[in-house]
Design a protein around this ligand. Structure first.
Ligand code: NAD
Length: 281
């Protein structure tokens, strides 16, 4: 068997077009503020890409670049200022933050109605409860890929590899909300390969290049690779050994060009939805 390739670039482009059409009908431009602390090169590239995609979708994206020396109290004061600014619809504090700044303290300072990353505990709780919420962009993007590829989720056995707050846990909540039978596997899981082989849908979000091998995949399973790993030769690799797993899977996402483009598109959609919900109040 050769897997169907789930083309995230095309699916993300059509989502961005749909968002652009929706923003064109508004009487205002949604405003996203990205707060960037320090000079992390990966963050800077990511923030620049976000800015370009936002502009093309009719969203006004502003970057607040702060020095590495910014303290937690200063950062929280800045976030509170953005919370109070009626012109701002979405606030994204780019992680990682400097070592002396607690992520949790900063995330908890964001107005949950403007929390377009979906990391605030109120949004996390609403997601777990199955209530409408701003859901984290990467797992939200995975759900859209599954939908676009017409993968049945209800009743399916889903295995999420990785339990981070950014990807693994919200991914499991979204799959459970769509009626999958969900297992979360992680670094302490025994017989990881056997757990993965039980999956109708396998989502890998580990950060280990090509950890998932051909014999971890059930014939015909759907394999979603969230991993983005930079190899010593400079190339990108996912968490899944793509070529060999594509010989067994029913459908699979490539890296790059799978989940990655969906994350930014979903950030734009979260910003649009945050704007619409807040401005309707
Ligand atoms: P993380 O480091 O916070 O979490 C990794 C998880 O994998 C942990 O829960 C850990 O228990 C588990 N794990 C680690 N080693 C393991 C092993 N050998 N076997 C089984 N489980 C293991 O990472 P994260 O933020 O969740 O990101 C995971 C990957 O996804 C990274 O490669 C990251 O770059 C990528 N990522 C991609 C996007 C995107 O837009 N495509 C977004 C976020 C993260």
């Amino acid at each position: 068997m050769t897997a169907k390739i789930i083309d995230g670039r095309t699916i993300a482009a059509s989502l961005r077009d749909e968002i652009a059409a929706r923003t064109a009908r508004l009487s205002y431009r949604p405003v996203l503020v990205v707060v960037l602390v320090g000079q992390n090169p990966a963050s800077s590239i990511y923030v620049r890409n976000k800015g370009r995609a936002a502009a093309a979708a009719g969203i006004d994206s502003r970057t607040l670049a702060l020095p590495e020396s910014t303290t937690e109290a200063e950062l929280i004061a800045i976030v509170e200022g953005l919370n109070a600014d009626p012109a701002v619809d979405g606030i994204l504090v780019q992680l990682p933050l400097p070592p002396d700044v607690r992520n949790s303290a900063v995330i908890e300072a964001i107005d949950p109605a403007k929390d377009v990353d979906g990391f605030h505990p109120l949004n996390v709780g609403r997601l777990v409860d199955g209530l409408p919420s701003l859901a984290p962009c990467t797992p939200r993007g995975v759900m859209k890929l599954l939908d676009a590829a017409a993968i049945p989720i209800s009743g399916a056995r889903a295995v999420v590899l990785g339990r981070s707050a950014i990807v693994g846990k919200p991914m499991a909540s979204l799959l459970l909300g769509a009626d999958a039978t969900v297992t979360i596997a992680h670094s302490r899981t025994r017989n990881l390969d056997a757990e993965c082989r039980r999956a109708d849908i396998l989502v890998a979000a580990v950060g280990r290049p090509e950890l998932v091998r051909r014999d971890w995949i059930a014939p015909g399973a759907t394999v979603i690779d969230v991993g983005i790993n930079r190899l010593p030769n400079g190339q990108l690799a996912g968490d899944v050994a793509f070529a060999e797993c594509a010989e067994v899977a029913g459908a699979i996402t490539p890296v790059p060009g799978g989940v990655g483009p969906m994350t930014i598109a979903c950030l734009l959609e979260n910003t649009l939805e945050a704007a619409a919900a807040r401005r309707a109040r």
